[in-house]
Design a protein around this ligand. Structure first.
Ligand SMILES: [Zn+2]
Length: 287
């Protein structure tokens, strides 16, 4: 239960799905700095899209710089302490602040270790996420992000050969990824109250009950290969801990319990304690 509560602190819901756009930790850090200046209200997604370029131009105009929409050294300087130091230029540990911290928070979230808002401040939540990532990556969990940690964060995580069925027969309404300055930790399926929810694959129920941290009525299924699937906000739970299921076994019904704004299923996949993008594991899209 304690583990669920800790994880739920980071239950920062996200959406979006731009699949192939170029994503960069430096662009995310730029977006965080522009948000703090009130110039950018978009998502911290690390993608230099039109909203980000418009915010850079607004900053440049305000500071009398050449208005080209490109965040070069002068523009970075105009961001003050939020525009420095460069990611990788120093080891990062609490209570560091700045551009590099925002980049670190963004990379942690993308690796399945979100830590609350991406805001450029290395506080207790980011420290905890950093240590969880280090342990997962087989590094010393010392809470100091030096070259080895940054190198691990820049590698693509290993893929699993396991695939899963969709828990509901509707198109997801919200995907795993950045949402505002937060990170959506799963995939959402909007459906009427009481719609049956199916297990995503063969496994056994490791927990089934009410999670006070935000998930509401929650079922967790343990699968092979260190993978678990999580089904949150259920109205009713139809399985018990220890019960084994196959893909499609009804595990509950769609509800709106916990931190939820309306009937939907919030569905997450973990691999060895790390959140992964459920979309990649759907049998129909696995790659
Ligand atoms: Zn959700």
């Amino acid at each position: 239960m304690a583990r669920i509560a800790v994880i739920t602190v980071a239950l920062a819901l996200l959406c979006t799905a731009p699949a192939l756009a170029r994503v960069s930790a430096n662009t995310a850090a730029l977006q965080v700095a522009l948000r703090a200046k009130g110039l950018y209200g978009g998502t911290v997604d690390g993608i230099a899209g039109p909203g980000t370029r418009a915010a850079v131009r607004a900053l440049q105009a305000r500071r009398g710089l050449a208005v080209d929409g490109v965040a070069g050294p002068r523009t970075r300087r105009a961001l003050g302490r939020r525009g420095r130091p460069r990611l990788g230029s120093r080891p990062l540990a609490a209570p560091a602040r700045g551009w590099d911290v925002a980049g670190l928070q963004f990379l942690l979230a993308r690796h399945g270790f979100p830590s609350g808002p991406v805001d450029g401040g290395l506080g207790a939540r980011t420290d905890a996420a950093l240590r969880r990532f280090q342990a997962w990556a087989g590094l010393g969990a010392d809470g100091v992000a030096g070259p080895a940690t940054l190198a691990a964060l820049r590698r693509s995580p290993p893929r699993s050969i396991l695939t899963f069925a969709a828990p509901l027969g509707v198109t997801p309404t919200d995907r795993f990824g950045p949402r505002g300055a937060m990170f959506h930790t799963g995939q959402d399926y909007t459906a009427p109250l009481g719609t049956p929810v199916g297990a995503a694959g063969r496994g056994c129920v490791s927990s089934a009950g009410y999670d006070p941290g935000g998930y509401g009525n929650l079922v967790v299924i343990q699968h092979r290969a260190g993978m678990t699937s999580w089904y949150a906000h259920l109205r009713r739970i139809s399985v018990r801990p220890g019960e084994c299921v196959v893909a499609g076994t009804r595990i509950g019904r769609v509800g709106s319990t916990g931190h939820s704004t309306g009937p939907h299923l919030h569905y997450e996949i973990f691999k060895s304690g790390r959140r992964v993008n459920p979309y990649r594991y759907l049998a129909s899209n696995a790659r």
